[in-house]
Design a protein. Structure first.
Lengths: 259, 388
């Protein structure tokens, strides 16, 4: 079985992020790391291939400056190979442009199954996976919390507010994996030592056969018009117990409709 | 010197850091502030993980089935593994496994079978019994525990002081005087099980350290078969000198972790704590403390990495290892002291890890050779042998 995982490499969320003041876009010129949202997809793919008794896990990522630190982490976890798309003309690419690029890369691999995160940790539009499926003309199932393969059918527990739906679908298909549903393994010592030797195919737009005018800032139909600072969190109310604290806490929770 | 990490080293550092932050710190949170071990179920769970990761038994050479880390990578990991409350003397609470005493790699095959391999498998614990009440800085001259030969056995009488973990150890690596030579050529190393008749742990010696007690040992006609001698008779001091110098490097690196963590905590604190109408971070006195911390931390890190890189390249590194030990232990002590000051009252409480680091770091300037002895080692190297 061949599984492709879309992995986004993002600036380390632990470091203070910076926006470009003219374009309002996140600066991505430093080291990028594997988005934690995508570590679940990688883990899921590795488990599915193990359960199938063999197969291949390939990664697909679009990132600036040929940055591959995040890809290496996923390779060290056990993925077999990767395609990295990097091109100066991709600067300013919006979600649809990203989907076109990822779809073109995925097409080269003809996978049985494509996994992506439900939403990334930095952009979190939560739209790329379904657009990729759209471009590839494949069915997609969102919010997968459990996945099993049975012949040419995938069975998915699709998380809902009330519980989950059981969904079945013929392969090939694209699934977006809910964060937290599996425990991503740590890269192993052997995996780390092997990661650099695993094949990473670096492609630019020309290599992918993508028209420059459909992606990048020129092709983007989304624009970030304005950025405002998040409101400061208001300090909480301190209730001093004069014998009625329990009532006041209950009232407060009642107002929030928590109880 | 090139202090850039290789991609592999960077990934090992990142993985270790994540492991400490996501596994060790949460498991430690609900423990007693002086705890020296994890809850057994947490310990088991995390050892399973480190084994799956192939990181169990960090110090085990590749030929014995360990990861075979070079000294630089091992030092980088030590800096990460000590970034939690118990991190100085119980880095990651031992879930990365123990290595066994470095000297045992020089043992005979039968000795390795009996003590080294079970230690590597986590089944046995050893202790290192060198220091005596007569002094630890110059053990070659100070050792008074006497051994004489009786048939095929050696008989030992004497005592040892400040021996870490002898109360919990299965065996001891024990040094005794076995000839009339008053110096290094009269000392033999023995491996002896701690339940041997005549081997007594007299008392636990309480120190600044919360766990991993130092002990006082006594030997009364302790009989040891001659096949339990490690190395040659009267050659006990020649054993594994290289490995001992090498061990100083992760020892020094382990001091840098708490300093880094304390500094990060202090920066956070200074940016949120107000006095006299402004933040601590806006006061030059505090800024300079934070800057001095940064200088100390970087200086220590550079010294450790220089020693480690020389060791990895097969160059002489005795001076560098001694310098790293001295600089890192002293710098980390100063950093944590300043961080405590910046935190004020809460800094000295057991609500924060600072007070444990502060106490335990003080031991590091004495253990494994006091600062003055490290200077003596460096003086010999830079002035020349005739000035011993
Ligand atoms: C106007 C605009 C300009 C932008 N300019 C730039 C730019 O100059 N440089 C730049 O690098 N990015 C840029 N981006 C970010 C853009 O490329 C995002 O990757 C894209 O919009 C995806 O959006 P998201 O993060 O919300 O993905 P979501 O839809 O939230 O992501 C869901 C999942 O899709 C997959 N996925 C998403 N993005 C990628 C990716 N890049 N590679 C692999 N898998 C992925 C992952 O599996 C992820 O978990 C820009 C975005 C916008 C809206
Ligand atoms: C908590 C703890 C755990 C320990 N664990 C072990 C263990 O497991 N195994 C073991 O064998 N030992 C252990 N030790 C012993 C430790 O190695 C010794 O304490 C150390 O070597 C110093 O020896 P000493 O205490 O006898 O001091 P001394 O040798 O009496 O020295 C006292 C002081 O004199 C100064 N000094 C010494 N030489 C010189 C010099 N040449 N020039 C100038 N000043 C000098 C130093 O400041 C030194 O601190 C432990 C000690 C402690 C505190």
């Amino acid at each position: 079985m061949k599984v492709v995982v879309c992995v986004k490499q993002i600036p380390d969320p632990a470091l203070p992020g910076e926006l470009n003041p003219t374009t309002n876009l996140l600066k991505r010129d430093g080291k990028l790391i594997l988005d934690e949202s995508d570590s679940y997809g990688v883990e899921m793919a590795l488990q599915l291939v193990e359960a199938a008794g063999g197969g291949e896990v390939s990664l697909v990522s679009m990132a600036p400056n040929n940055e591959m630190s995040g890809l290496r982490t996923a390779l060290a976890m056990g993925a077999d190979d990767a395609i990295l798309v990097s091109d100066e003309n991709l600067a300013g690419t919006d979600a649809l442009g990203t989907a076109k690029v990822l779809a073109a890369a995925i097409r080269r691999l003809s996978p049985d199954l494509i996994l992506a995160g439900v939403e990334s940790s930095d952009g979190y539009t939560g739209t790329v996976p379904e657009m990729v499926a759209g471009v590839l003309d494949l069915p997609s199932v969102t919010f997968a919390k459990q996945i099993s393969i049975d012949g040419d059918t995938v069975k998915v527990q699709r998380q809902t507010e009330a519980g989950y739906d059981d969904v079945e679908c013929k392969l090939p298909v694209l699934l977006s994996v809910t964060a937290g549903v599996v425990e991503p393994r740590y890269p192993s010592f052997k995996g780390i030592m092997a990661a650099k030797k695993k094949p990473v195919e670096a492609l630019d737009l020309q290599g992918l056969g993508i028209d420059l005018n459909t992606v990048g800032l020129v092709g983007a139909r989304q624009e970030t018009i304005r950025v405002t600072e998040a409101e400061e969190r208001e300090s909480g109310e301190i209730i001093v117990d004069d014998g009625d604290a329990h009532q006041r806490i209950a009232e407060f929770l009642g107002e929030l409709k928590v109880i | 010197m090139n202090f850039d990490l290789t991609d592999e080293q960077q990934m090992i550092v990142d993985t270790t850091r994540k492991f400490v932050e996501s596994e060790i710190v949460p498991a430690e949170e609900h423990l007693d502030p002086d705890a020296g071990s994890l809850e057994p179920h947490d310990f088991e769970r995390l050892v399973t993980k480190t084994k799956e990761m192939g990181f169990y038994g960090l110090d085990i050479p590749a030929e014995y089935g360990g990861p075979g880390l070079d000294t630089t990578t091992r030092a980088l990991m030590a800096i990460e593994m000590s970034q939690h409350r118990a991190g100085l003397y119980n880095p990651c609470y031992g879930v990365f496994g123990g290595a066994g005493l470095a000297q045992l790699y020089e043992a005979t095959d039968a000795q390795k079978e009996r003590w080294l391999y079970p230690t590597l498998r986590g089944e046995k614990k050893g202790c290192f019994a060198l220091t005596e009440p007569s002094g630890g800085s110059d053990p070659a001259r100070a050792i008074q525990t006497k051994g004489y030969k009786d048939g095929t056995e050696w008989v030992l009488n004497g005592s040892k002081l400040y021996i870490s973990g002898a109360d919990k150890a299965d065996y001891a690596l024990l040094f005794a005087r076995t000839s009339d030579d008053p110096g290094r050529n009269g000392v033999t190393a023995f491996i002896v099980d701690t339940d041997s008749p005549g081997f007594f742990v007299r008392r636990v010696v309480h120190t600044l350290r919360a766990t991993h007690y130092a002990t006082e040992l006594q030997f009364e006609d302790l009989r040891i078969p001659e096949d339990q001698i490690l190395g040659e008779v009267n050659g006990g001091f020649a054993i594994a000198n290289d490995r001992l110098s090498r061990q100083r490097i992760p020892y020094a690196a382990g001091c840098i972790g708490p300093a880094i963590k304390a500094q990060a905590m202090s920066i956070e604190w200074a940016k949120s704590r107000e006095t006299f109408g402004s933040l601590l971070a806006e006061k030059q006195a505090i800024q300079w403390m934070l800057v001095d911390n940064e200088i100390d931390i970087r200086h220590a890190r550079y010294c450790v990495l220089e020693a480690a890189q020389k060791a990895d390249k097969g160059l002489r590194f005795r001076t560098e290892a001694a310098m790293a030990k001295l600089v890192a232990t002293e710098a980390a002590g100063r950093v944590v002291d300043r961080c405590m000051q910046i935190h004020g009252g809460i800094g000295v409480t057991k609500d924060l890890p600072l007070e444990r680091w502060y106490r335990e770091l003080r031991i590091r300037r004495v253990g494994e050779g006091p600062s003055e002895v490290q200077k003596l080692i460096m003086a010999r190297d830079i002035i020349g042998g005739s000035f011993k």
